[in-house]
Design a protein around this ligand. Sequence first.
Ligand SMILES: [Zn+2]
Length: 204
Amino acid sequence: MTRYWYDTEFVEDGKTIDLISIGIVAEDGRELYMQSVEFDPRKASQWVKDHVLGYLKRCPNAKAIHGRDGLYYIDRADHKQGQCTFIEPMEYLGQLPRVGVYADCPWRRRDQIKYELLHFMNVDTYGKPELWGWCCGYDWVAFCQLFGTMMDLPPGYPHYMHDIQHVLDERGITDDQLPQAEGQAHNALTDARQIQKIWEFVNG
Ligand SMILES: [Zn+2]
């Protein structure tokens, strides 16, 4: 068994939960952060625009354009193919060109997110996942929908996630007693690290 703490950001309109980003911390220290190229930013609430979209990670390959208000970047819209890939220069083409990915490009298509999750949480390699979130009903749906329906969850994956808020409620722990968060709030990876910190606080 391996324990994972995770958080997502999403666009939500009362009917759909559209994944923006997902951050995961594994108890063995591995971390994963990915942003979907498939969410619709036009449907984002003002709160999400103000607190999430402006703070997404930018791909180092994003094209810089000089606009009226200064420099801005064509980033998500330029990643329809998902994560940036590179090919060996032509002069080395003796056999097949080797294609790799830029590790620091955060953008993924949803199917890329799915396969990377399957690798990151591989049941054969790391054991069954135990998932933890914080007030995580929506995070859980956003996670499941990467695989299809709830019945499409991979073999060995749980059909529920643990909510640290249940533990806090049971023990009468209030927010002001919790360890301080570090980094940019509402970044999925920062928030996943904070959930791990709270888990360690209540289990320490
Ligand atoms: Zn990129």
